[in-house]
Design a protein around this ligand. Structure first.
Ligand code: NAP
Length: 248
């Protein structure tokens, strides 16, 4: 057995710890988006495979017998490629996928399908907006230059930000409710744009928005091809024929 873990999430990191603890022959794959990725207790590779065909080639040449897609729920390209490549190579695939957040009483959510709809869901009058989305998705918000944007990235922006009034926080989660409340109060945030990523690590901003009575423009999960899905590391370890255990 040789397992390819498509990673870049806290769930993938937990799976890597469990797989290493169980002595699994597994490789952790990063896209290479961040300058300093989290160290893994498994051998790591960094960078794209070159589409579905490249991923299928890697599966064949590197002898992977199982693929776990533990990427972010909004990382649709790699997830689609994994479905195609695993079908082409008859390799078992499972997605380790967290549940989306469910709207709770007190939440003021404006649910939209994608980034373009999130841009148009912002008000015409100037507002202070916390844009809690990835760096690669902020450019469309230049169409609403009247807003004062707060952004938060893991690394300092390499290129100038494409928004005229943008303030950058450089920080890596997980974030706490108290920290998010402080940040939103200090910056007088009036509205939040977020993707329904789910999971505990990014949830604090949603809880803080509810507590402060702030509207959240919530981008819904994208559609993905049908595949085997599991929500916990323990289930995935069981699927791999091992009991979950915490590793190094
Ligand atoms: P994406 O749009 O689905 O992927 C774009 C391309 O990046 C893929 O086609 C693939 O290149 C490469 N890639 C993505 N994940 C990879 C991985 N784990 N290992 C090797 N190559 C990978 O993905 P994205 O939204 O840019 O996210 C990139 C990575 O960041 C993902 O691994 C994801 O788990 C992590 N991440 C994403 C988000 C998010 O908000 N999207 C949040 C937290 C973490 P090739 O086609 O050349 O193989």
């Amino acid at each position: 057995m040789r397992v390819l873990i498509l990673g870049g999430t806290s769930e993938a990191n937990l799976l890597a710890a469990s797989a290493a603890g169980a002595g699994l022959d597994a490789i952790y794959s990063y896209a290479g988006r961040t300058q300093v990725p989290v160290n893994q207790p498994l051998p790591t590779r960094i960078g794209g495979f070159g589409g579905a065909d490249g991923l299928a080639d890697a599966i064949r040449h590197e002898g992977f017998t199982h693929v776990v897609d533990a990427t972010h729920p909004f990382a649709t390209e790699i997830s689609r490629n994994a479905v195609t490549a695993c079908a082409a190579t008859a390799t078992p695939l499972v997605a380790l996928e967290r549940q989306p957040w469910i709207k709770a009483p007190g939440d003021i959510w404006i649910e939209v399908a994608d980034i373009a709809s999130a841009v148009t869901a912002l008000p015409e009058e100037p507002a202070r907006v916390f844009l809690a989305i990835g760096r690669q998705h902020i450019a469309p918000f230049a169409a609403r230059p009247q807003h004062a944007y707060t952004l938060r990235f893991i690394d300092a922006a390499g290129r100038p930000l494409p928004l005229p009034d943008a303030n950058l926080i450089v920080s890596r989660g997980p974030f706490t409710l108290a920290g998010e409340l402080d940040m939103m109060r200090a910056r007088r945030i009036e509205r939040i744009v977020a993707r329904n990523s789910g999971g505990a690590g990014a949830r604090a901003k949603i809880d803080a928005a509810r507590e402060l009575g702030l509207p959240v423009v919530m981008i819904k999960r994208p559609e993905l091809p049908d595949r085997l899905r599991m929500e916990s590391v323990a289930e995935v370890m069981h699927w791999l024929g091992h009991r979950a255990c915490l590793g190094a």
